[in-house]
Ligand binder design. Structure first.
Ligand code: ATP
Ligand code: MG
Length: 360
């Protein structure tokens, strides 16, 4: 029997609303599969915690999280707490401390009605963005000089270490080789004359070890255009932290919006827990109304199952999401339905149960 210990950080806004539905899905799987069980430990960290305790998470938080097999996160950030505090003191801290240097963001069109792009099919929009998740433009390096003076200068430095750049690029090549897919590197060597020239060099160097992998290299501006005009060009994409952040929001826009975009923060060596979360934030505009779409959060449970090596369940969850998307009456308003978050979750569990029984 495989037991997985999962740390829950529901966080702020719609975070707890969508995490509840993901937990329902995990509990349903546990009932359907006698070889699997999950234990949950919830941590109350987030902006409310900050307002009360002056910190986003406890000092020993990282130590306590270390013991878990995975972290399942909702969202952090809320009006009243500056974004850079909520982001840096919790999300980025966990990503960094646990060396979750790979961010896996599938850009997959699950239902043709969801894309605003004319004439694009499910076959056209089906790729994986592998985003560098530990350094680059989000390394937090910089300076703020002569604050408030006429000579004020602000520096924000991108940090690209040999180790950090090689390991993400190597991970992407391995994935491309395993999946027999093309690999596209997205950078900006013409304007960022240190970091991206280096990135391009490493991409080429590491590529020498993977002669079987077909590669492409695009500038980020051109790639932004292709995401919309020719998404069929992409199979596996590797890119820096900032570019990956921005590009995957475009990816979300062409596949059904923020309510469907998922991301896994992975420590491939499994030295520390990996973290699974929807890409969206706490969405204060809709929080408390019970209308948040939990499908992104449920999709991240599918990624968690894949990560645990329970690919069968990863696939059943994804197939059930596809099936749900045909049932508009059971979807939340962002997808044209009238269902509440928990109604969607309940219907999801019904369908998942049917699908699992069909598979036996
Ligand atoms: P962050 O700064 O944390 O990325 P954000 O301000 O970019 O957050 P998000 O919360 O990511 O905002 O989402 C932007 C908007 O998309 C929300 O205000 C909300 O209207 C919509 N949205 C996001 N997630 C969902 C969801 N799960 N279901 C329905 N609508 C959503
Ligand atoms: Mg955002």
């Amino acid at each position: 029997m495989d037991n997985y210990n999962i740390a829950l950080i529901p966080g702020d806004g719609i975070g707890p609303e969508v995490v509840d539905e993901g937990v329902k899905v995990l509990q349903a799987i546990e009932k359907l599969d006698s070889s699997l069980s999950f234990s949950f430990t919830e941590f109350p960290w987030g902006c409310e915690y900050y307002l009360e305790h002056g910190k986003m998470m406890d000092e020993d938080g990282i130590d306590r999280l270390k013991e878990f097999d995975a972290i399942y996160l909702g969202a952090v950030g809320y009006p009243g707490v500056p974004d850079h505090i909520s982001l840096w003191d919790l999300l980025l801290r966990i990503r960094k401390e646990f060396k979750q240097y790979v961010n896996l963001r599938p850009i997959t069109l699950l239902n043709e009605s969801l894309t605003p792009l004319k004439d694009k099919t499910k076959e056209d929009i089906d790729f994986l963005v592998i985003r560098e998740n530990s350094e680059g433009e989000y390394a937090g390096a910089g300076d703020w000089l002569f604050k408030g003076k006429p000579e004020e200068v602000v520096l924000q430095t991108g940090v690209f270490s040999r180790k950090g750049t090689e390991r993400i690029i190597r991970y992407a090549y391995e994935e491309a080789r395993k999946q027999k897919k093309t690999l596209t590197s997205i950078s900006k060597g013409n304007a960022l004359n240190y970091s991206m020239v280096f990135w391009d060099e490493v991409f080429e160097e590491v590529g020498k070890e993977y002669p079987d992998v077909e590669t492409y290299s695009y500038l980020v501006d051109a790639a932004s255009l292709y995401f919309v005009s020719n998404p069929e060009r992409f199979e596996i994409v590797v890119t820096s932290n900032l570019f990956g952040d921005i590009l995957t929001d475009i990816g979300a826009a062409i596949t059904g919006g923020m309510g469907l975009a998922t991301g896994a923060n992975v420590n491939p060596e499994k030295e520390f827990p990996s973290m699974f979360e929807p890409v969206h934030g706490s969405a204060p505009d809709i929080s408390g109304k019970g209308i948040a779409n939990p499908l992104a959060s449920i999709w991240s449970v599918s990624q968690m199952m894949d990560f645990f090596g329970q690919e069968k369940w990863g696939a059943v969850i994804l197939d059930t999401i596809k099936e749900m998307l045909n049932e508009t009456e059971h979807l939340t308003p962002d997808l044209g339905g009238k269902a509440s978050t928990s109604e969607l979750g309940n219907r999801f569990v019904e369908l998942l149960t049917e699908n699992a029984k069909k598979l036996g």
